[in-house]
Design a protein around this ligand. Structure first.
Ligand code: GLC
Length: 427
């Protein structure tokens, strides 16, 4: 055979073989959040997985920031029984509502690792004995405060909502007088969405007003402690909080905070590492504390957090489950905890020296994370999203001044009674 023919044949062989290799690659798409640096962290993790598994391509799909928008996107995929997304990042409140669309991870090796995770989250993610999602990171609402400004004005970290209101007012007046007309006392999440449910649950629980619907299936939201605190927070709008707060999500609050334009912020742990990053005006000038107390005498933090679930419609559930378990592993949660101050769901990471050095509050506020108040998602599933939507819509109507809290909660009580069929009860 002529040399050139041999060469051509060899080349053809190489192309065929490499084509086969390419064709054999399994492609997995993971739908993740893009709040703060979440998306970048997921892309880096996917890269690490691919280095270990050259036969798999992991694509990362970024999804809308606001929980309800993300849920809307997911529901479209489920409706179409789409195999486009294999792994979904799901909110701690969604396992009950979405369980039917996910595989049981116990059938894909989760048994091996599940005892590392917080039992309460595992229980939350278990529906009819099926583990529908592996815990990825957990969340709890925190009070961010400007330690430099508290020092400047000789003030203490507020312990109660009254303290917070007073302290925020004083610092706001001082900073405005000192030449910053854009300065506000307190920023939080007041848009009409899941984030408002989280904020308002914290207010209500801290004031002894219960958890909207009790674990024993009673509609408890219409009570004087709930009315009182929601009325109080509505007064913040336009006084210690900007008028625009009623349109704020997490990232809007973080934007004002990091620009140095507010004394306090309610947010999740992810804002800690970002607040200390290079492009933040307040790096090194803040700290975090438990949220203030109301009538109950104790502050409350809403339990948040995200899990990874494998779609029943995936063409490669085994590989998808392997990717999910890898992303939720000790090593990967450790990277997220250090780079993104996202709380691990693996208990041992709370005594990992590198993790504690990056986010000391994982240790000092451990009780806050352990005692966080759950939204009533298990007891109302599969209708939690409807319950929450009614709750935040009612609270939002008070924040905008359309309704007073008493009327809003009376109407909400009737609506929730209709929706759930549960009786009315006291918290
Ligand atoms: C955070 C929490 C999540 C919550 C959401 C509301 O992402 O982890 O549980 O539903 O905020 O905005």
């Amino acid at each position: 055979m002529k040399k050139s023919v041999v060469l051509i044949l060899a080349l053809a062989m190489i192309l065929v073989v490499s084509g086969m290799v390419l064709a054999e690659k399994v492609e997995i798409t993971v739908a993740t959040g893009a709040v703060g640096i979440e998306y970048d962290l997921s892309v880096e993790a996917a890269q690490r997985y691919m280095e270990l598994h050259p036969d798999v391509v992991v694509n990362v799909l970024d999804t809308p920031d606001l929980a309800q928008d993300r849920l809307g996107l997911y529901l479209q995929f489920f409706e179409a029984k789409s195999s486009e997304v294999d792994v979904y990042q799901i909110d701690v409140i969604w396992p009950g509502d979405l369980a039917e669309h996910f595989v049981d991870l116990y059938e894909y090796g989760a048994e091996r690792v599940i005892s590392q995770h917080f039992p309460a989250i595992v229980e939350n993610n278990t529906v009819d004995g099926r583990l529908v999602a592996i815990p990825w990171f957990t969340d709890a609402g925190l009070l961010y405060y400007r330690s430099d400004l508290l020092d400047k004005y000789g003030l203490e970290v507020p312990q109660t909502w009254d303290d917070l209101t007073r302290t925020a007012k004083m610092i706001q007046a001082g900073e405005r007088a000192a030449g910053n007309p854009d300065f506000w006392g307190y920023v939080w999440q007041g848009n009409s969405y899941e984030g408002l449910t989280c904020n308002a649950l914290e207010w209500v629980v801290s004031n002894g007003g219960g958890t909207i619907i009790s674990p024993d299936k009673k509609v408890t939201i219409n009570n004087s402690n709930a009315v009182e605190i929601i009325e109080m927070t509505a007064n913040w709008v336009g006084s210690i909080s900007p008028d625009g707060v009623i349109g704020f999500g997490e990232e809007d609050a973080r934007g004002m905070w990091e620009a140095g334009n507010s004394a306090f912020m309610r947010n999740w742990p992810y804002a800690y590492s970002l607040g200390n990053s290079e492009d933040s005006a307040i790096a090194g000038k803040f700290d975090v504390a438990p949220l203030p107390a109301g009538n109950s005498g104790r502050g409350a933090a809403t339990l948040g957090g995200w899990q990874l679930a494998v779609s029943k419609y995936s063409e490669h559930p085994e590989v998808a489950a392997d990717v999910a378990l890898y992303l939720a592993s000790y090593e990967e949660q450790k990277i997220r905890a250090i780079k993104g101050s996202m709380n691990p769901t693996i208990q041992a990471l709370y005594s990992d020296a590198e993790v504690l050095q990056a986010s000391p509050f994982f240790g000092s506020l451990y009780d806050v994370f352990i005692n966080a108040a759950a939204r009533p998602s298990t007891v109302t599933s599969p209708r939690y999203n409807e319950v929450s939507t009614k709750f935040f819509t009612a609270v939002h109507s008070v924040l905008t001044g359309q309704n007073d809290a008493q009327t809003a909660l009376e109407e909400l009580e009737l609506d929730l009674e209709d929706l759930t069929g549960f009786e009315i009860g006291r918290p």
